[in-house]
Design a protein around this ligand. Structure first.
Ligand SMILES: *Cc1c(COP(=O)(O)O)cnc(C)c1O
Length: 392
């Protein structure tokens, strides 16, 4: 079905940060399947691990113990403050699990009959019905009303507005089950969370026994230069979701929780495919390779180089670039109001052999594989500069 406005581009193979189309043209990939292909394309280690797994077992069912899933849950918990993990297949599904967990928390811990979940304006949490309701962007709701009940929105990073909404919701007793936030807003325009705002939200959630849930679907699994975006904020959630980068291109999502809020009991939630041996092998390999290749430190180094070069580019084109913002290898080039739109720059970049993706009408998102290197960044900047000029 025509759910996507697609580019007339057919990608047929890839290697590392490079993609090749059906006409034999090469593209430097600064999209990575939208923050998915952590290790780049056709990574030999991931390929070998998956081939081996295919020769062993692909899928059984969560009716049985799955050693790959247990190992992956342990790997995630060891690298975060979480104690237990639920596995599914996508970001939206991980957020659905978080929303159900939040409601159960509201009922059982706070004794709320009709619990509310507070989310931010300009957020993005996915396209299934509850996840899209959580998404604080009316354009995604249009045509799909009625939305799921029990969501309220506040402006991101706005402490006073958050305090006011919380006070209003709690005026006649407990009503709020959870606050769901991206540590950095991705799709909404690459807007990093403000640590002071997040600390205050954490404090208020603690006071009221409200769950603080982070959507780490885009920034999680190393993209920020830390395992999780919340480690950059210095604020720990009660639960967080991940998906995009976790399987390096194999679909897998997860909800990780602290034991105190591990409210699901047998029968409460389920997924047929979630956490099958094949998908878990992919994620285990991605995590092991991030460590073996020291990609967290590498992302930090690449961030410094990329941001320096983007700021330099901005200083040479002040009429076209208004700002540069982001964390690690999730960077947004904010275009000025008078120049070309993000869609126009992305299209022009494609003609220059560079793949980029918009994050809203005025922000060009740079989300390459984490294995991108210094020499690729130089090419990226050159091609982006040409695109900025030709898009006008
Ligand atoms: C992409 C994204 C989602 C949705 O993930 P899907 O796998 O497309 O369902 C949710 N939250 C954030 C922050 C995302 O970037």
């Amino acid at each position: 079905m025509g759910t996507y406005g697609r580019y007339p581009l057919e990608l047929v193979r890839g290697k590392g940060v490079w993609l090749v189309d059906s006409q034999g043209r090469r593209y430097l990939d600064a999209v990575a399947g939208i923050a998915v292909c952590t290790l780049g394309h056709s990574d030999p280690v991931l390929r070998r691990a998956l081939c081996r797994q295919l020769g062993k077992l692909q899928h059984v069912s969560n009716l049985y113990r799955i050693p790959e899933q247990e190992a992956l849950a342990r790997a995630i918990c060891e690298r975060s403050g979480a104690d237990a993990v639920f596995f599914c297949n996508s970001g939206a599904e991980a957020n659905e699990a978080a929303i159900k967990l939040a409601r159960k928390h509201g009922h059982t811990v706070r004794g709320i009959e009709r619990p509310l979940i507070l989310t931010a304006e300009a957020s993005f949490h996915g396209r299934t019905l509850a996840a899209v309701t959580a998404t604080g962007q009316p354009k995604y709701h249009q045509g799909f009303e009625p939305m799921v009940e029990g969501f309220r929105y506040f402006p991101y990073n706005d402490t006073a507005a958050f305090e006011a909404l919380l006070a209003e919701c709690e005026a006649e007793g407990p009503r709020v089950a959870a606050v769901l936030l991206e540590p950095i807003q991705g799709e909404g325009g690459v807007i990093p969370g403000d640590p002071a705002f997040f600390r205050r939200v954490r404090e208020l959630c603690d006071q009221h026994q409200i769950l603080l849930i982070f959507d780490e679907v885009q920034i999680g699994v190393g993209r920020s230069g830390r395992w999780w975006g919340h480690q950059r904020l210095g604020v720990e959630p009660d639960a967080f979701t991940m998906a995009k980068g976790l399987g390096g291109g194999i679909p897998i999502g997860a909800l990780a929780v602290k034991s105190a809020v591990d409210h699901f009991r047998p029968g409460d939630h389920a997924s047929t495919f979630g956490g099958n041996p094949f998908a878990c092998r992919a994620a285990l390999t991605v995590i092991a390779e991030i460590e073996r290749r020291q990609l967290l430190g590498h992302v930090q180094a690449m961030e410094r180089l990329l941001v320096d070069q983007l700021l330099d580019l901005a200083s040479r084109h002040p009429g076209r670039i208004a700002a540069v913002r982001g964390w690690g290898l999730l960077q947004g080039v904010v275009l000025s109001e008078v120049g070309p739109t993000a869609a126009e720059v992305v299209k022009a970049a494609m003609a220059e052999g560079l793949l980029l993706v918009p994050a809203g009408p005025r922000v060009v998102r740079i989300v390459p594989p984490l294995v991108i290197r210094r020499r690729h960044l130089r090419k990226l900047i050159k091609r982006l500069e040409k695109a900025l000029i030709s898009a006008c």
